[in-house]
Design a protein. Structure first.
Length: 136
């Protein structure tokens, strides 16, 4: 456990004091399909993506800019996104990212696979709520 820090990585839980847990449920790698969905709506700058990601992920914590740009560069190497310099806006030129055809195909695969995750989560919640004699 890391002192003072919140949940990290795949272990999104920590004991805050004996017998009391803090849990932040999240779907691993959900930032990727959320990012692809935002880019399918329209090309965007990195800062705009950081601001809009919580709308899609439901996670109120802000995504780290460095991690976002590393993900965007990796997706660009895989031809999932393309970027170019936007020099038309006021201020310094900024990179603008757009989804490629390969990116649209990947987004489609994400959209096809996520209902299975939703079904698993729904089944868990239903089973949890059916428990008999357990106080919450």
């Amino acid at each position: 456990m890391r002192g003072g820090r919140g949940p990290r990585g795949a272990r999104c839980r920590r004991m805050v004091r004996p017998g009391v847990w803090e849990v932040q449920a999240r779907v691993e790698r959900f930032v990727e399909p959320a990012l692809l969905l935002l880019l399918a709506e329209r090309p965007r700058h990195g800062y705009d993506l950081v601001e809009r990601l919580p709308e899609v992920t439901g996670d109120t914590r802000r995504v780290d800019m460095g991690n976002l740009y590393r993900l965007l560069r990796a997706l660009e190497r895989e031809d999932v996104v393309a970027s170019s310099w936007d020099e038309g806006a006021a201020g310094p030129a900024r990179r603008i990212y757009k989804l490629t055809e390969a990116g649209r195909s990947l987004l489609d695969r994400w959209a096809e696979s996520l209902p299975a995750v939703r079904s698993a989560v729904d089944a868990f919640i239903e089973r949890y709520e059916r428990r008999e004699g357990v106080s919450t």
